[in-house]
Design a protein around this ligand. Structure first.
Ligand SMILES: NC(=O)c1ccc[n+]([C@@H]2O[C@H](COP(=O)([O-])OP(=O)(O)OC[C@H]3O[C@@H](n4cnc5c(N)ncnc54)[C@H](OP(=O)(O)O)[C@@H]3O)[C@@H](O)[C@H]2O)c1
Length: 210
């Protein structure tokens, strides 16, 4: 699959690294694709990884992964061109400055805002309720971390779930896109536990069943 990473930072690079190993073709979208920093990021992942503008990266991709800081998301989507028909995996969290809370929630969500900013895109909320370090290494001694995927597009959600499973997550259908209203606060809970309450970053949410 051709995957464009729009916002190749902590999250985008962690996911790209796993998907490369799974055989996917990765393009890193950047505001400065020709810069030494962008080229170094791509080279560190592997010789086959290319850099491009957001628009070029998205145009050539089957799946577009959105992993920008929230304040940059609207502008980045505008720079990404027409995403009609593309699977758009929204990993962002609409964090307020200084982690004061979420800018969207309970009656709306960042993911629904993303869908409004990218009309026609097949938006899936996912990969937002765990740290980038977990995306980079999903191995735990006592189970698999869960990737909860919310979307109104069943096929797009299935693709996101397959991509999650390929890098070691248990992928679970979390319902329609509006359920991002619950997934984004869950991310904030992870952040609070990791960064404020002293858990550190080496934990993830998982599901036990009987
Ligand atoms: N970090 C985590 O553990 C984690 C976990 C789950 C979800 N998230 C969410 O995922 C998203 C990305 O997080 P991250 O930590 O990966 O972000 P990041 O590393 O800070 O930034 C990702 C990339 O976005 C681009 N970018 C940065 N500032 C920008 C700006 N002002 N305008 C346009 N592009 C800009 C940069 O790429 P270029 O310079 O190449 O354009 C940067 O490498 C956020 O919404 C975050 O809340 C983060």
């Amino acid at each position: 699959m051709k995957i464009a990473i729009i916002g190749a930072g902590n999250v985008g690079l962690a996911l790209a690294q796993g998907w490369l190993k799974a055989g996917h073709v990765i393009t890193l979208g950047s505001r400065s694709p020709e810069s030494a920093e962008s080229r170094e990021k791509a080279a560190a992942l592997g010789a086959a990884v290319t850099t491009a503008s957001h628009r070029e990266a998205a145009a050539g991709a089957d799946v577009v992964v959105l992993s920008t800081p929230w304040p940059a998301t609207e502008e980045t989507l505008a720079a990404s061109g027409d995403l009609t028909g593309k699977i758009l995996i929204d990993c962002t969290n609409p964090l307020a400055p200084r982690l004061a809370g979420l800018t969207h929630g309970l009656t709306n969500s960042g993911a629904e805002q993303v869908a409004a900013w990218a009309p026609g895109a097949r938006v899936v909320k996912g990969f937002n309720t765990m740290g980038a370090n977990i995306m980079a290494d999903t191995q735990f001694p006592n189970g698999s971390p869960v990737m909860l995927a919310a979307s109104d597009d069943a096929e797009a959600k299935a693709v996101a779930c397959q991509l999650a499973e390929q890098i070691g997550f248990e992928a679970v259908d979390a319902g329609p896109l509006r359920h991002a209203r619950y997934l984004e606060p869950m991310a904030m809970q992870w952040i609070q536990m990791a960064m404020v309450l002293g858990q550190g970053r080496d934990f993830a949410f998982g599901i036990v069943r009987r």
